[in-house]
Design a protein around this ligand. Structure first.
Ligand code: SF4
Length: 364
């Protein structure tokens, strides 16, 4: 596995686009079936009310957005969503909860049951629940989890301009905990938040330096949601997405690069170039957590036009066998400590005040 330098990654990213796509496509063909694209479904099992201040996220309680919040979904609701997802061609279900970190409580115990249920339906189960300790990751693995998602979002430097309630090192520690539990890692980022090309490449350097490299790398284009501190960001140019996908493919040749949020503003030709450049997965369903996503019919049409086929579950790694997992009293008492940098981000503070005012106005 090559050890990349930042300079090499920047040079790749900035290379002539057609050369970059050709190089990425060549590498993609060496490690993946270029006609297979995994369809995944992202299900928000607990929406909104998050205590964090991620500047891009409509689920942060402190901002005022128009999302519908919901408490943790029941086993029946998740089972139904998984059946629908499977019927729509999805081989992976990613369950997301708007939490800062996992706690050893009844809600976590419920999530373990959800994981077991979906794994027993022969789907790859991924969870994105915030920061996890090693023992929590271990319990998720025992329940049958396939992957844990925890995005780095951007470079360490730029991260500080977007989030003040969590440290970058906590994210890396979470990924380490996930790896120690022998789970596969899903970790990527978002472009279009105002970061530089260097920030994008630094994030790729950090991800590509992990050993083993993450099995899954989602690349998101910011969806600027009204009421969030990043609401005024311009749409990400399609060429930036293609460059980012291609560069990711080259520096992490065996990972599945996931073309994630922001596809509604990409045309079919742009997406086709992303598939050429190494994207091996899309998220299906009309919503990605809380933001819009193309409907399954238009995706299926695109697959037919391009001659793509959905990838089956467990093509890259064997399915885990779910075990009965309940939390012991000792585990429930475990003291969990994550850092809270709490530096001030002016724009986040501004939108927090706007959120406060809007909530006050609604009460009048
Ligand atoms: S991205 Fe996740 S952690 Fe950040 S505010 Fe949204 S739900 Fe919370």
């Amino acid at each position: 596995m090559k050890d990349w330098t930042l300079e090499e990654i920047i040079e790749l990213y900035n290379s002539p686009l057609i050369e970059l796509v050709f190089k990425a496509a060549t590498i993609h063909r060496q490690h993946h079936n270029p006609r297979e694209v995994q369809i995944s479904t992202l299900l928000s099992i607990k929406t909104g009310g998050c205590p964090e201040d991620c500047g891009y996220c409509p689920q942060a309680a402190r901002y005022h957005t128009n999302i519908e919040t919901n408490d943790l979904m029941s086993l029946e609701q998740v089972e139904k969503a998984a059946i629908d997802a499977q019927a729509g061609g999805s081989s992976r279900l990613c369950m997301g909860a708007a939490w800062r970190n996992v706690k050893n409580d009844d809600e976590f115990e419920h999530v373990l049951k959800l994981v077991k249920k979906v794994n027993n339906m022969n789907m790859e189960v991924c969870c994105t629940l915030g920061m996890v300790t090693e023992s929590q990751a271990q319990r998720l693995a025992e329940a049958g989890l396939y992957a844990y998602n925890h995005n780095l979002d951007s470079s360490e430097d730029f991260y500080k301009e977007i989030i003040s309630t969590r440290g970058y090192q906590d994210r890396l520690d979470t990924l380490d905990n996930v790896r120690k539990a022998n789970l596969t890692i899903c970790s990527g980022g978002i472009i279009g938040m105002g970061e530089s090309v260097e920030d994008r490449c630094k994030m790729l350097l950090t991800l590509s330096s992990l050993r083993p490299q993450p099995e899954s790398v989602p690349i998101n284009a910011l969806v600027a949601v009204e009421g969030t501190p990043l609401e005024e960001q311009n749409e990400v140019p399609i060429w930036d997405m293609i460059r980012m996908v291609a560069t990711t493919r080259i520096v992490m040749p065996t990972s599945t690069v996931r073309l994630s949020a922001g596809r509604t503003s990409m045309n079919a030709e742009g997406q086709a170039l992303c598939f050429m450049a190494g994207a091996g997965s899309i998220f299906a369903g009309d919503k990605l957590l809380t933001t819009p996503n193309p409907d399954i019919n238009s995706d299926m049409q695109l697959f037919e036009t391009l001659g793509l086929q959905p990838r089956a579950a467990f093509a890259k790694r064997e399915q885990a066998c779910s075990k009965e997992v309940t939390l012991s009293e000792q585990e429930r008492q475990e003291k969990i400590k994550w850092s809270r940098p709490a530096h001030k981000i002016e724009n986040n503070e501004k939108y927090k005040e706007i959120g406060k005012q809007k909530r006050k106005d609604q009460l009048v």
